[in-house]
Ligand binder design. Sequence first.
Ligand code: MIC
Ligand code: SF4
Length: 643
Amino acid sequence: MRQSLTHKILSAHLLSGRLDEGEEIAVRIDQTLTQDATGTMTYLQFEAMNLPRVKTECSVSYVDHNTLQNGFENADDHLFLQTAAERYGVYYSRAGNGICHQVHLERFAKPGKTLLGADSHTPTAGGMGMLAIGAGGLDVAVAMGGGAYYLPRPQVLRITLTGELAPWVSAKDIILEVLRHLSVKGGVGKIIEYGGPGVKTLSVPQRATITNMGAELGATTSIFPSDEQTLTFLRAQGREEDWKPWAADEDAVYDQELTLDLATLVPLVAKPHSPDNIAPVVESVGTLVQQVAIGSCTNSSYVDLMRVAAILKGKHIHPRVSLVISPGSRQVLTMLAANGALADLLNAGARILESACGPCVGMGQAPSSGAVSVRTFNRNFAGRSGTNDAQVFLASPETAATCALTGSITDPRTLGEFPQIPFPATFWLDDSMILAPANSTQTTDVIVRGPNIQPLPLAKPLPDTLELPILLKAGDNITTDDIMPAGSKVLPLRSNIPAISEYVFYKIAPGFAAKAKAAKQGLILAGQNYGQGSSREHAALAPMYLGIRVVLAQSFARIHRANLINFGILPLTFVNPEDLGRLSEGQTLTLSVLKERTRHPEPFPILIEGEQKPIWVQHDLTERQAKIVRAGGLLNATKNKVL
Ligand code: MIC
Ligand code: SF4
């Protein structure tokens, strides 16, 4: 059969399962990436596997999230990560070198290879023709040890791009348009493959903006072919030898197809508080803006920021607006500094932050109360900016820069002539902030651990009967930011599960941690797409630590469901989704014969205290996943050799 690009790369890496039938496949992982907020747990987990060194072609540990050093915690984590990288043969990208996805695209990503990253925006590297998937840290640790990555057999959705973008319409508007069509759950279980004549008009960084934000669709990943544009980018990065052409066969068959004519697109925004709340910029024109934030792994490439600089050159931002810019990498920032664009940004009134995630993850620059903040980022969940009542709009760099000038939401097309930015023939190349892994004879044995780095808690095996109070009834699209918030107060506790667990649900259900501790064990109830957003396994690990044994939802987001299983929490769905309405907080549910029931796919009943009629649920676990849950998580399952 003629193959899609996805199937070609998957077939070349397939370890078990079939691409045309069955529930689950296992693939070989060539590269891994971690970042500091998920990485400390990942390396603690790798350590628990007792392996001397990583077995991948290349593994990189980035420091980009926790770069505000308010106390010893983050600095301690950096030291732990640096020494763990040295010990296990991992590249270490130091704080200040840039955001993991941007730097990985520049320096490591290779067409046709597989990448597993402990961050949901790992699909950014799909812009390079790489099959790049976000996962929980434990799955990444297993891949570093040479283990397979298991994923539900994906459906392939082909998006055919035709035509060419009009001036002032950008790659961000393409992915916002896709989000408008598909919503934040439209990509669940799918790999999105871009093709068609419009593809060749897009550079690798533009493609990476699109694949990056495919995470917001809930997609497993998104991918572009590797072609002349890929070669141009790799050549400019001094990595021409990493290029290989990769494309789908002409008459490949897809599970679903969509066509987008780029020429018909207009500048769009995602309005508060969801990345799929899409509308044309013109509909929000006139809304007063207090903050503009440009950066993040979605939109802070060299061309993005050069265009912003060109828009702002010789002008000054509106006095109401605070403009913050966080360049994606040291490569980008150095090039802007060298060619004078940085001076144009500064002269226009921009506040320049270091090359890191920064405001995107609530690490500083929280907007003022009730402020409108226009951001080039990928997520605008309520409260993620650090200000609960801020109104965050997501937009392209062109739209954001225009809003900074006018002080209100403005269509960038009103600015007149579109500044053309030539693609650089060579990027500034200097990898001195990436510490290469020492060869095996030189590795250190000393991994430095500060007091913030606490041992990893293990889950308990699944008992046969569970009597669980419902500790929370949540709605649809609950994000991992709702479950385990980020921000400058909580993020430094990522290596300390007892301490971070105090913050579980603290924004949407204050007092949850105390309630869970008092109950000793419990269940969470939710609507659709539970756990969308980030890959943070802390959103499973910390609830597990608080005694959560089961999450019963109408549906789950992919990465979070896998994390629940990895930490021994049983994910269940309703046979009849309307049954959610029959349940409320405080009721006690009884689940019995669980060891047997998790061995079969058949639905089973749960008893509601004081009621005759049970609720029917199902687990949808594969045999392997069921063994993991019964054993009390993946680490226990591996240790006890039940897999
Ligand atoms: C995010 O954008 O939400 C994060 C912070 O990068 C997360 C990872 C984390 O929580 O550490 C992600 O996207 O996976
Ligand atoms: Fe960092 Fe934001 Fe990208 Fe997450 S989405 S990796 S926080 S820049």
